[in-house]
Ligand binder design. Structure first.
Ligand SMILES: N[C@H](CCC[C@H](N)C(=O)O)C(=O)O
Length: 282
């Protein structure tokens, strides 16, 4: 079976994008893992699938699979690439695209400068939304990892995020943040039954942060859109950030806007198409 795809990225967070509207096939988890392999397959952080909507009010269904084959609820960098892809493939002519995801609806707006502004919905802090095992919602929680007590904030953007401020880890720069050690340990911590994405945030000012993210199911990526949203939302909730924040990730910059409470959070950034390809899958 020949599978047509497009390779894209959002700030270096890279994707294989597949249109399953004009191509009718199903991909198994083991096939996703092989396709994700950077030596034996295409290589990607996530696979993004374009399908017809199940909800008639939506334009598309947007499905996301991590490199380990796990299907997940949301991918922010991927949402921007999704918008670019469906326009380039002429699957729509709309510049405001409504998509359904397992984590809830998203509205993708392609702006005149080519950047995409995504309405990410309302951040959810209650532990049950992730899920995270805790007796109540609070701005930060203690989490014991390998005998060390860490201070984490938790939030769901449809997908689960734990955010640590590096000042609570006794390091001054992100380069010194123990991402390789704490990322996997928190990702798989038993208090996160569905695992979790782990953000390491350096607050530069009330309008600027630097961020690294160890992603659930993919490891550290060069950027994480929902991770940027999560870090800013937890920072605003703790009174440490203003309502519009520039997020510096290893792969580039995102702008996150959130007025707090039940208002919707917005993420704005680029989407890049790299190449089209075809691959035989068995
Ligand atoms: N690893 C994430 C999915 C991809 C998120 C990230 N690539 C983004 O841009 O939001 C998860 O398991 O929830």
């Amino acid at each position: 079976m020949l599978l047509h795809f497009t390779k894209m990225h959002g700030l270096g967070n890279d994707f294989m994008v597949v249109d399953l509207i004009t191509q009718r096939l199903r991909l198994r988890d083991d096939q996703v893992r092989i396709l994700a392999d950077r030596h034996e397959g295409i290589g990607f952080d996530q696979l993004l699938i374009v399908e017809p909507p199940t909800d008639p009010d939506m334009d598309f269904r947007y499905r996301i699979f991590n490199a380990d084959g796990s299907e997940v609820e949301n991918c922010g960098n991927g949402a921007r690439c999704f918008a670019r892809f469906v326009l380039d493939q002429r699957l729509t002519h709309k510049r405001e695209i409504h998509v359904e995801t397992a984590g809830g609806p998203l509205i993708l707006k392609v702006e005149n400068d080519g950047r995409v502004r995504v309405d990410m919905g309302v951040p959810r802090f209650e532990p049950g939304a992730l899920p995270f095992e805790a007796n109540r919602d609070r701005p930060s929680h203690d989490l014991i990892v390998d005998g060390e007590t860490l201070e984490i904030s938790v939030v769901s953007l449809g997908n689960p995020h734990a955010v640590l401020r590096i000042d609570t880890l006794g390091v001054e720069t992100l380069d010194d943040a123990p991402v390789a050690r704490l990322g996997p340990a928190i990702e798989r911590h038993p208090r996160f039954p569905k695992r979790v994405n782990v953000g390491f945030m350096h607050i530069v000012s009330r309008r600027e942060i630097r961020l690294r993210v160890f992603e659930r199911g993919s490891g550290e990526t060069r950027a994480c859109g929902t991770g940027a949203c999560a870090a800013v939302a937890t920072g605003i909730r703790q009174g440490l950030l203003d309502a519009s924040v520039q997020v510096h990730l290893p792969g580039g910059e995102l702008t996150i806007d959130w007025a707090g409470g039940e208002s919707h959070l917005f993420m704005t950034g680029p989407a890049t198409r790299v190449f089209d390809g075809r691959i035989v899958i068995s």
